[in-house]
Design a protein around this ligand. Structure first.
Ligand code: SF4
Ligand code: SF4
Length: 432
């Protein structure tokens, strides 16, 4: 029997992968695309087009402005209507290029490059030009991760998709395995690593079997990991697969590892081999909608349009989450655009009134914390203003805000809220 790689602690929320067998379909081209110039970690891109200018799909419209930043491309062929601050899923208004579509053009890219003729550096440059960012939801510019300041010996590809409801990565693995594998090989060449693992949760046996067959005889190993939340968190996955522990406040590169998502590997294939910049992505639209789907969506498409394409909201839908239900963000409106980090849109019923009680010291939050923290301390330290102590003695900065502690807490203590407040206070004071 094959060993199953697992991590200690974590939780088992109901997975509700309603769209696991729904093939990816192309969403309609928006009549107007609102493309924010900041959809990634780091500095916003600077506009390089002007109002009334004609643009074509895939054209550069925002230029990366700093080391940690990313290029932005048009997702439609049309005319720039305006460049102004527009609401985004985070609730923040961000300078955006608003483009009125004039032609419903869907280019069919064909291979234009031979990967054997490219050096690692050339691959990284194409990835930077193409505006690729982490497609798992973090949005960190990929080219920056590929220029690590420390030696790297292992690449891990994250195919876990451990959040409930989301199925875009699963479908991509089933429908585009050869493209993902070519993307992984390009990433290995860019990093100059010989060791690579692709971690897939054991609730996707079809994807595991497919990749095992395709990767036979290649230096990329499939690792079947246990289905458990948050298996796909970088630090958890590194520990499950390599046994290495990222130090407190550290990064995967501190233990010689780079982690990339399967969606990112696919985007790298499209950019490097097909010459296609990142202007569309797979989004799972699910939950309380009439026809849940996996859609291939152009960046800048209004979320309301996708809900309509999925048959509209069911009666009782009261909340809309972007991302997974555990770590995603609640949207204040569906009149905001899909961005590069929109993994999913989940319509959910209203929350029953949450009654909170005092901590009963049951220790459940400690038992489930994948980072080995003592979550029950954070609300207390926050209340008392002991922020420095939370950092120095209780490693608050090592918390990845996965929400496992609060999910299992019988008293519904608002632990994650306290953690976020402590972290933001420490950052504001420049102490972390
Ligand atoms: S303390 Fe942080 S890392 Fe630990 S379970 Fe809670 S949210 Fe997750
Ligand atoms: S799970 Fe909740 S009630 Fe139990 S120790 Fe943690 S904070 Fe207290």
């Amino acid at each position: 029997m094959k060993p199953l790689f697992k991590f200690r602690r974590g939780v088992h929320p109901p997975y509700r992968k309603l769209t696991a067998s729904s093939p990816i379909q192309r969403a309609k081209t928006p009549e107007v695309a609102v493309i924010p110039l900041k959809q990634h970690a780091g500095a916003p891109a600077q506009p390089v087009v002007s109002p009334k200018e004609s643009v074509s799909v895939g054209q550069l419209i925002g230029k990366s402005s700093a080391f940690i930043s990313a290029n932005v491309h048009s997702s439609v062929t049309g005319v720039v209507k305006e460049i102004s601050p527009m609401p985004t899923p985070s609730g923040e208004k961000v300078l955006s290029v608003v483009i009125e579509t004039t032609e419903d053009e869907t280019p069919e890219p064909k291979p234009i490059r031979n990967p054997d003729e490219l050096s690692g550096e050339e691959i990284v440059n194409i990835i930077a030009e193409s505006g690729i960012v982490g497609m798992g939801g973090a949005g960190f510019p990929t080219h920056v991760k590929l220029k690590p300041p420390k030696p790297i010996d292992t690449l891990i590809i994250n195919g876990c998709e451990c959040e409930p409801y989301l199925t875009g990565d699963h479908r991509l693995m089933l429908e585009k395995p050869d493209e993902i594998i070519q993307g992984i090989e390009l990433l290995m060449k860019a990093l100059n690593v010989r060791e690579c693992y692709i971690g897939i949760e054991d609730n996707k046996p079809d994807a595991i079997k497919l990749f095992e067959e395709k990767l036979r005889g290649r230096p990329i190993k499939v690792v079947e990991v246990k289905t458990k939340y948050p298996q796909g968190a970088e630090k958890v996955l590194i520990k499950s697969i390599t046994g290495r522990e990222v130090p407190v406040g550290g990064l995967p590169l501190d233990v010689g590892v780079v982690v990339q998502n399967v969606g990112t590997a696919h985007a790298v294939y499209e950019a490097v081999i097909l010459g296609k910049p990142l202007y569309e992505r797979v989004v799972t639209v699910t939950g309380e909608v009439n026809e849940p789907k996996n859609l291939l969506v152009r960046i800048g498409t209004p979320i309301s349009q996708l809900i309509e394409e999925c048959g509209g909201y069911k009666e009782g839908a009261a909340r809309l989450i972007m991302g997974g239900p555990m770590m995603g963000i609640a949207l204040f409106s569906d009149e905001v655009p899909v961005i590069k980090t929109t993994t999913g849109l989940i319509a959910l019923p209203g929350l029953p009134e949450v009654r909170r009680y005092p901590c009963i010291n049951c220790g459940t939050c400690i038992d489930v914390c994948p980072m080995g923290l003592i979550p029950k301390m954070f609300p207390i330290l926050y209340e008392k203003g002991r922020f420095q102590e939370a950092a120095e003695e209780f490693d608050v900065m090592n918390c990845m805000e996965c929400g496992c502690c609060e999910y299992e807490c019988p008293s519904r203590v608002p632990i994650v809220q306290s953690i976020r407040a402590i972290k933001s206070r420490l950052r504001r004071e420049g102490k972390r």
